[in-house]
Design a protein around this ligand. Structure first.
Ligand code: ADP
Ligand code: MG
Length: 232
């Protein structure tokens, strides 16, 4: 589905939050690689989709009312067969409905289990004085504890995204630390350029959060994404 169609549906439903599936569809449309993610409305469908995608898979709660999915017991990773998918489906539904009794739950998203990589984050927020800015940082504990992130005002040029990645304190982790392979920094620069371009051309987006992105020796994959639309 095209970006405009997804935005129009959300607008019609008077929603400001896009689901993970919608967010990833938009990002894929603009050329950002995301894990293959599809919606299952029932347990049976979750198994069917898992078999189409191929094990191992990840199941996640899909609800516009639940944005922090793991806090709600809503993420089960590395599911290796039908039994594990069925059990995960039940557990996810139980804990999500227990924690959010009034949430409107559309089902679960079924997605390919991404191979491990260096966790990074990318996103966009609106700054009160500068307007849309894009963000880059290391994911996981580093970003939470050390706030190791960099920002640039949209639109950016190549030299800006080069600097954004250069100025991260934990940059060594991207360059191949302690025998790990270096990540594909050129690919990450390209993702930031695509993100800036999209934000610059598309009004009505309040926030984009890709957390985490797994960065690899070649390429990268967005594993979780959230998009919030402006209220107007
Ligand atoms: P939350 O809404 O809590 O942020 P996430 O979708 O980010 O939920 O999932 C929580 C964690 O599970 C991620 O940080 C990542 O480590 C892991 N994870 C999620 N999706 C995948 C996936 N497709 N492949 C591998 N790991 C995943
Ligand atoms: Mg996340």
């Amino acid at each position: 589905m095209a970006v405009n169609e997804i935005l129009a549906i959300a607008k019609k439903e008077q929603r400001s939050v896009l689901t993970e599936i919608e967010a990833k569809q938009i990002l894929a449309e603009i050329g950002i690689n995301c894990t293959d993610t599809r919606l299952a409305a029932s347990k049976k469908e979750a198994v069917e989709l898992s078999e189409q995608i191929g094990y191992p898979v990840v199941l996640k709660i899909s609800s516009v009312d639940i944005t922090h999915k793991s806090d709600a017991g809503g993420v089960k990773v590395n599911l290796k067969n039908r039994d594990e998918v069925e059990q995960a489906f039940d557990r996810i539904m139980e804990s999500a409905t227990a924690k959010y009794p009034n949430a409107n739950i559309e089902g679960v998203s079924v997605q390919a289990m991404a191979k491990p990589g260096i966790e990074i984050i990318m996103g966009m927020i609106k700054d009160a004085s500068f307007g849309p800015v894009i963000m880059f940082g290391l994911g996981g504990v580093l970003v939470e504890v050390l706030k190791d992130v960099s920002f640039r005002i949209v639109p950016v040029e190549k030299k800006d995204v080069v600097e954004m990645i250069e100025e991260i304190k934990g940059k060594k982790l991207l360059e191949g630390y302690r025998g790990q392979e270096p990540v594909d920094i050129g690919y990450l620069q390209d993702m930031l350029l695509k993100l800036s371009d999209f934000v610059d051309k598309t009004p009505g987006i309040e926030e984009i959060d890709m957390n985490p992105v797994f960065a690899y020796k070649e390429g990268a994959a967005v594993v979780d994404a959230r998009i919030i639309l402006s209220a107007d």
